[in-house]
Design a protein around this ligand. Structure first.
Ligand code: HEM
Length: 761
């Protein structure tokens, strides 16, 4: 042993007190060592000859080899065969879940050393930038499905740390549908398209999903989240991430603490509305992917802070829920989230397949200083990822694919298998050996050798669920209680939609009975929408797991008295952040626009960090009344209000007249209004709003006071004042009051959807 240690310690020391000198790139300077590593595999064909896979220059890539120019193709044509064969094998299986995703490169930096809690190398030194690759995903849909499905979003982060890869494979929702991994295949079979007709794609609104859920009371907390606006985010950049399970942090002294991981987006939490989500799915199914890509290309690098909730081991049982139960959160009000570092995404992948598709996350990729708990969902996941990737990526060597390989060096006795890239030198591939002096040798704990936390276990082997997992409703109720009125209404509508698509009546009824356990008003409102009533009692026992001793008291569900019934941190309305920065504003413009009202608003929005894009009756260049030339970014046919955050109509009689020639222009404004977006107009621009049937305020200076309509900002004078009012209105994200008018009266608030005759110019 002493020889091994001496060998190791001869290598140069790295940052601070750490002695793991063999770690390549430790101290990561300005450059991203993972990007440098990936560069070794990059191919760039600019200025190069076309070649075969064997490097032979190709003279004719247009014609196959034939006997005569009308003759049969010849088997001899190795170029044809190579090209077609490669093409024939281009596809690999998509992920069994989370197939649809988008990725980006970036880095993570801790704010200050977390040595007190963990020895994880990447959490020690604020000067170290640890490279990361992040993949966001939906769960149910296939690879080509829409980004805007109502669904959980995956939030998987691979940290290429100096001690090896650490994967934090989380979601944008902090709890899960099930408590035990043995139910995962059932859950996924239920939510995926139904097996007899493969309908519907990327949607939970169908019988099999709700059949399963209605028999699984443990899913009720998750259902509240998935029916909330969290499941239709405005952007990946505007959603939280969660490690979901309770993990462990271990410090140098071997002391362990429980930890929950959080990602907090610096842009705040924002969603679209359901009608909008469905329309985006048609207008731009790549909406989230495009948003992430464009933000990074524009230098608007998405950022999240890493948060931790730390619980001392002695406090494991002090909560009224079990820390090992993945259907529960630790309310932030009970254990505050400490923000310990920042994740920045600053580079788009070079090749979607090579990076985003081939990246393989695995919960089991952990580093010294982090460890698992006995959460039975977590434990099952530990098996699943590596197992599924063996098939998805075609064998045991996918850790060598550039996006997956660590920046930390890899030395072991694993050998061979399909597509092996590493050329292992030397005579030995076993341990212990004497022929290589025992190399590669085991690392002591002081050399960053991983050791599992020595948790004491004293138990019977048994298939049983702990009664401490049986309260399926208290936190579901807490989540519902914590939502604003608007958010609660959205949950009601989402459930009416989803259950409205269910064809089997008893499934709807069972769901209503479960919802009544969460909140009676909620259940009644959903029942009203379905035209049925809430059953008076819940079928019991549900979710039959028969206790080994047959004791009926051990049947779930069982509500306990919860310590908290409201957690304000759970409402997106309390986490608005910055709703202006990076947002897209559509400028509806035609030829003859008022130059000042366009240019000054555009400048004000740019200064506030927002983007202005022109949408016009035709593509090409538009001319203002004073001669300003502006490029049309979109025509009314290629754009849609659902792809923007706000709408502004500059003045100019001729511009408005040309817009009014197109029905799409008034539809654009009206739809944005119905989706509660900020709408602004300068001078004659107000005529377009009026033509769309908007309840217009009197012309104001934009300060929007008095009895004017919230979020509709109209001005006739100073554009700077109008812009200030417009940006202030945008900062609220949406003006939900418009929805409650609809809900209360049951009518559309608007007069009509047509362009009024008198508004036509
Ligand atoms: C807290 C619960 C869970 C969370 C947060 C979660 C999260 C994720 C994420 C983010 C991905 C996508 C990874 C990527 O972008 O490549 C993923 C994929 C996957 N998950 Fe989970 N998952 C959970 C539960 C489970 C369970 C219980 C199982 C199985 C027992 C499972 C099996 C899988 C599989 C097979 C994949 C596909 C992996 C691949 O092909 O690369 N997950 N999961």
């Amino acid at each position: 042993m002493s020889t091994r240690k001496n060998n190791k310690s001869k290598k140069p020391a790295t940052n601070g007190s750490r002695t793991n000198g063999s770690r390549r790139n430790a101290g990561y300077g300005a450059l991203n060592p993972k990007s440098e590593d990936l560069a070794k595999n990059m191919e760039e064909s600019a200025g190069e000859f076309l070649t075969s896979d064997q490097g032979i220059r190709i003279n004719d890539n247009q014609n196959s080899l034939k006997a005569g120019n009308r003759g049969p193709s010849l088997l001899e044509d190795f170029l044809l065969r190579e090209k077609i064969t490669h093409f024939d094998h281009e596809r690999i299986p998509e992920r069994v879940v989370h197939a649809r995703g988008s990725g980006a490169h970036g880095y993570f930096q801790v704010y200050e050393s977390m040595a007190q809690y963990t020895k994880a190398a990447f959490l020690q030194d604020p000067s170290i930038r640890t490279p990361v690759f992040v993949r966001f995903s939906t769960v149910a849909g296939s690879r080509g499905s829409t980004d805007l499905a109502r669904d959980v979003r995956g939030f998987a982060v691979k940290f290429y740390t100096q001690d090896g890869n650490f994967d934090l494979v989380g979601n944008n929702i902090p709890v899960f549908f099930i408590q035990d991994a043995i139910k995962f295949p059932d859950l996924v079979h239920a939510v995926k398209p139904e097996p007899h007709n493969e309908i519907p794609q990327a949607a939970s609104a169908h019988d099999t999903f709700w059949d399963f859920i209605s028999l699984m009371p443990e899913s009720m907390h998750m259902i509240m989240w998935v029916m909330s606006d969290r499941a239709i985010p405005r952007s990946f950049r505007m959603m939280e991430g969660f490690g979901v399970h309770t993990f462990r942090l271990i410090n140098d002294a071997g002391k362990a603490r429980f930890v929950k991981f959080h990602w907090k987006p610096l842009l705040g939490l924002h969603a679209v509305v359901w009608d909008e989500a469905q329309k985006i799915s048609g207008k731009d199914p790549d909406f989230h992917r495009r948003d992430l890509w464009e933000a990074i290309e524009n230098g608007d690098y998405p950022e999240w802070e890493l948060g931790v909730q730390i619980v001392e081991e002695k406090d494991e049982f002090k909560f009224d829920f079990d820390l090992l139960d993945a259907t529960k959160i630790i309310p932030e009000e009970l254990v505050p989230v400490q923000r310990i570092g920042k994740l920045t995404l600053n580079r788009n992948p070079d090749n979607f397949f090579a990076e985003t598709e081939q990246v393989a996350f695995h919960l089991g990729n952990i580093v010294p200083g982090i460890d698992f708990t006995n959460d039975p969902l977590l434990q099952g996941r530990l098996f699943s990822y590596l197992d599924t990737q063996l098939t998805r990526l075609g064998g045991p060597n996918f850790h060598e694919i550039p996006i997956n390989r660590p920046v930390a060096p890899v030395h072991n006795n694993n050998r061979d298998g399909f597509m092996r890239q590493t050329i292992n030198r030397g005579q030995t591939s076993y341990d212990p050996n004497s022929l290589r002096g025992g190399c590669p040798f085991q690392a002591g704990m002081d050399m960053s050798g991983f050791t599992s936390y020595a948790e004491r276990i004293d138990a019977r082997k048994i298939r049983e669920r702990s009664p401490s997992f049986f309260d399926h409703f208290s936190q579901a109720t807490m989540f519902f209680n914590s939502q604003s009125e608007v958010e609660q209404n959205h949950i009601v509508k989402a459930l009416r939609f989803e259950l409205g698509k269910v064809e089997t009546l008893p499934i709807r009824e069972r769901m209503l009975a479960l919802l009544a356990q969460v909140d009676k008003t909620l259940a009644n409102k959903v029942a009203d929408g379905l035209g049925i009533s809430v059953p008076t009692k819940l079928d019991r026992p549900m979710n039959m797991s028969i206790p080994a001793d047959g004791d009926p008291k051990k049947f779930q569900p069982k509500r306990v008295k919860a310590e908290m019934d409201v957690s304000p941190a759970l409402s997106m309305a309390n986490n608005l952040g910055d709703a202006v920065k990076t947002r897209k504003v559509a400028f509806l413009v035609g030829d003859g626009f008022d130059d000042t009202s366009l240019l000054e608003m555009k400048q004000a929005l740019l200064t506030a960090g927002a983007k202005a894009m022109t949408v016009a009756p035709h593509l090409g260049v538009l001319m203002g009344q004073d001669g300003e030339l502006v490029k049309a970014d979109f025509s009314l046919l290629t754009a849609s209000s659902v792809l923007f955050d706000a709408v502004y109509v500059p003045g100019g009689q001729a511009s408005i007249a040309s817009l009014l020639q197109e029905n799409e222009s008034t539809n654009f404004v009206l739809e944005a209004y119905r989706h509660c977006k900020t709408i602004g107009a300068a001078g004659a621009g107000a005529e377009l709003l009026r033509a769309a049937g908007l309840p217009l305020p009197a012309i104001t200076d934009g300060s929007n006071g008095g009895d004017t309509e919230p979020g509709v900002v109209v001005g006739d004078g100073d554009i700077k004042t109008l812009a200030a009012g417009f940006i202030e209105a945008m900062s609220l994200h949406r003006h939900w009051g418009r929805e409650s008018t609809e809900t209360q009266t049951g009518e559309q608030p608007l007069m009509n959807n047509r362009v009024s005759e008198e508004a036509r110019v």
